[in-house]
Every structure is written in structure tokens, then in C-alpha cells.
Design a protein around this ligand. Structure first.
Ligand code: B16
Ligand code: MG
Length: 214
């Protein structure tokens, strides 16, 4: 199999910001007296901020207008950004740096493909920005995962055709997006059980990337 680039999802693959997304949405939902739990939260992985809000509002008795929705999403994001302030390089998930160095030594291009508009802030907090040849994130796209736009843009930025890209993803929506873009995909963490993924790994610590790149 010819892999010339690896595109990393950010939240849930490189760093566990998923717990902060949950806590921030939960705080906002509690304030609005909207029922929200961890099961609903799992469906928000890889989904954009405004689409996540629409999923949460399905449990609301109240109908919110567009301005109110923007205020709710903004309030959640403020809580989330406050939580991100405590992120440091120690929050990088196990095996990530080892894999990045392994890929870099072999001349494999490395990119980020994340739905998050907070990607630049998170990369700065964990000090990983310099590893990536390109970053494609929620600030660059119109359609979030499961649409392939974010990954196709990443591939374009690093000038590698989709068929030669491998995506690492923790979200079912992200697995769908990578496959829709004609890329290979590895389900990591939460998506390690996704049967549609070409490869599966609980984390990046023990996966044999050398065998994959042969
Ligand atoms: P933000 P990823 C996604 O990041 C998260 O998984 C998802 O929970 C979040 O709603 C989305 O980013 C948007 O995040 O509010 O920071 O723009 O997994 O695609 O790296
Ligand atoms: Mg993710």
C-alpha cells in the first residue's frame, strides 16, 4: 500500500480535548435546563460547533432563534477556551510524538484535518505546530465531517492525492469523511471498533506503522 501522507484528526487523536467539549456543553445545557448526557455527547465527535448545538437543542422545550443559538454556541466556546488554558504538552496522547517522528524521518507528509475552529490555539498550547506540513481545520471549511471537505483540503495543501493519504480518526463521522474522500482510514480510540475503518488501533503507542508503510 502506498501511503505518502498521514492526516491526523486533532480532538481525540492528538489530544483528549473531548472531555472539555463535554464539560463545556454540559455547563451551557444545565444553565438552559436542557437534558444532556455522555451518550448524546459521543454523537458530537467530529461534528462542527453549530451542528453539535442543533443536536443538543433536540432535547430543548424552548425554540431558539439564530441570535440566541449563536449566543449559546459562543457561551459554550468561552467555557471550552477557559478549560483549554490548562492544556500543556503533557496532554499529548500516548504514542503521538513517536509516530510523528517516525513519519517525518521517512519523508511522509503530515497534516491536521480537524473540524475545530480552536485548532491553532490547541496546537500552540501543546507545542506541536512545527510537526505539520499543513493544517486544515474548521476555519477553512463550509461542510464538516462526515463531508470529506476538511481532509480533501488537507491533501490539497500537502499536494498528495487522496488515494495516497491515511487519515487517523476517533469519530465515526470522521471515518465516513475519510472514506468519502477516497482515503484510507484508521479508527483510533473511540473509533477503534468502527468496522468500516481500514485499520484499527486503541492508541498510537503500539501500532506497527512500519508494516503499514512497507
Ligand atoms: P470547535 P476534531 C471536533 O474536532 C470535535 O471532535 C467536535 O466535538 C467539535 O464540536 C468540533 O471539533 C468543533 O470544535 O467548537 O472547537 O470549533 O475531532 O475534528 O479534531
Ligand atoms: Mg476527533
Amino acid at each position: 500500500m502506498s501511503i505518502k501522507a498521514v492526516i491526523f484528526d486533532l480532538d481525540g487523536v492528538i489530544v483528549s480535548t473531548d472531555k472539555y467539549h463535554y464539560q463545556a456543553w454540559k455547563k451551557m445545557a444545565d444553565e438552559e435546563e436542557i437534558y444532556f448526557d455522555k451518550i448524546i455527547n459521543e454523537g458530537l465527535r467530529g461534528v462542527s460547533r453549530m451542528e453539535s448545538l442543533e443536536i443538543i437543542l433536540k432535547k430543548s422545550q424552548k425554540i431558539y432563534n439564530q441570535n440566541e443559538k449563536e449566543e449559546l454556541a459562543g457561551r459554550k466556546n468561552n467555557y471550552y477556551r477557559e478549560m483549554l488554558n490548562c492544556l500543556t504538552p503533557t496532554d499529548i496522547l500516548p504514542g503521538v510524538i513517536k509516530v510523528l517522528e517516525f513519519l517525518r524521518e521517512r519523508g511522509i507528509k503530515i497534516a491536521i484535518g480537524s473540524s475545530s475552529k480552536n485548532t491553532p490555539f490547541i496546537l500552540e498550547k501543546i507545542g506541536l505546530g512545527s510537526y505539520f506540513d499543513a493544517v486544515s481545520d474548521g476555519n477553512d471549511i463550509n461542510k464538516s465531517k462526515p463531508d470529506p471537505e476538511v481532509f480533501l483540503l488537507a491533501a490539497k495543501k500537502i499536494r498528495v492525492i487522496p488515494g495516497e493519504c491515511l487519515v487517523l480518526e476517533d469519530a465515526d463521522a470522521g471515518i465516513e469523511a475519510a472514506l468519502a474522500g477516497g482515503m484510507k482510514v484508521m479508527g483510533v480510540g473511540f473509533a477503534a471498533k468502527n468496522v468500516k475503518a481500514n485499520y484499527r488501533a486503541h492508541d498510537l503507542l503500539n501500532f506497527k506503522f512500519d508494516e503499514l508503510l512497507k
